[in-house]
Design a protein around this ligand. Structure first.
Ligand code: EPS
Length: 347
């Protein structure tokens, strides 16, 4: 029902999101989108780039006087850094000779990207592979969150671990790592509350809510693992301890535990949906790893660029927006209509 396309290079003029299939009559507050963009920019361990950017959305279509029209919503976020890259990232040909970037960073899309598209310059691949594009995803996710709020569905996140340490040690761990010229990953937990029973379906694999969430969240930069509810830990337990016993109170069907993370048979069961994400460490390192030069194929030290030391806090905010998009999509499949009023009647 809902389709999202994003575009934009990290140091190009800006980023665009087009959200298609969004119903009419939903209040879309630009201030809320900007607040979500600001949340994404915060977080300890970010690099110099965030001092240059103060992300702000321009709503270019699909919203009139604060209400959605049912037409595609286009969101634009400017890259303020573009002015510093005007020649290197010019969409028009330039006279100056641009030195290609050639020292492949292990863990980044550098090698796979240039090998796939046949580029001589890593920049041609790394610009779009960059996590900068997640600003457009966060903007679109903020629109979906506003839709879900009409039904008291709320999505939040917290950091559980950074570089193997508890979240309380986040700053200390990042400072130590930065001093060593290294980078860190971590684990974040997402929670969606207020989700009604019956979203997604077991009838076809591609309609399963857990599969859709896992696929969408795995596509986020740096994410290497997704688990729902107990996740991998369920594999070590007997069935008697892994499942969630059912009881009824005041005509409400409830659970004693939520090991399933709110999804059974690929369908939401009315409990909170709980997903944990493992983020790998950022591949750009101040103390570079050994690699090869793409041009000469000779040994070289990997490219060193300005980069974040840890972006798990930002990643968790983007993950919330991805979850909002998936939940809004399955919600529209179940209760969908052309306008908010129609959906409210069906619910
Ligand atoms: C990124 C590299 C860094 C990050 C960037 C993602 O950018 P730069 O090369 O300009 O320093 O700051 O993230 C953002 C710009 C952002 O807004 O999140 C990368 O290679 O993925």
């Amino acid at each position: 029902m809902l389709r999202l396309l994003t575009s934009g290079e990290s140091h190009g003029p800006g980023l665009t999101a087009i959200l298609d299939g969004f119903p009419a009559g939903v209040a879309v507050d630009k201030k809320y989108i900007d607040a979500e963009l600001a949340r994404r920019q915060q977080g300890y361990g970010r690099g110099g780039r965030q001092k240059i950017e103060t992300d702000e959305v321009k709503i270019l279509s699909g919203v009139l006087h604060g209400l959605s029209l049912g037409s595609p919503i286009t969101l634009f976020v400017e890259n303020k850094d573009f002015k510093n890259w005007a020649e290197k990232m010019s969409p028009e040909p330039v006279k100056t000779k641009i030195e290609p970037v050639t020292r492949l960073r292990p863990g980044h899309a550098d090698y796979a990207g240039v090998a796939k598209y046949g580029f001589a310059d890593l920049r041609n691949a790394l610009e779009r592979a960059s996590a900068r594009t997640t600003a457009a995803q966060a903007a679109a996710g903020a629109v979906c969150k506003q839709f879900l709020a009409n039904f008291r569905i709320n999505i939040s996140s917290k950091i559980l671990r950074v570089g193997g340490a508890d979240a309380e040690l986040l700053r200390q761990k990042i400072d130590e790592t930065k001093a060593r010229g290294d980078s860190l990953g971590g684990v974040a937990e997402l929670r969606a509350s207020g989700v009604p029973v019956g979203l997604g379906s077991y009838v076809q694999p591609d309609r399963k809510l857990d599969g859709r969430l896992a696929g969408a969240l795995m596509s986020l930069q740096s994410v290497k693992g997704v688990e729902i509810g107990l996740g991998f830990a369920a594999a070590d337990l007997p069935g008697s301890r892994a499942q969630d016993e059912i009881f009824c109170r005041n005509k409400k069907i409830l659970r004693k535990t939520n090991n399933a993370g709110g999804i059974e048979g690929g369908v939401s069961n009315g409990e909170d949906i709980i997903v944990r994400l493992a983020f790998k460490p950022i591949p750009t390192l101040i103390k570079p790893l050994q690699t090869i030069d793409w041009k000469t194929k000779k040994p070289a030290a990997a490219l060193v660029e300005r980069a974040d030391v840890c972006a798990v806090e930002a990643g968790a905010v983007v993950a919330e927006s991805i979850m909002a998009l998936v939940l809004a999509d399955v919600f529209l499949e179940k209760f969908g209509g052309d306008s908010l009023t129609e959906i409210q009647k069906r619910l």
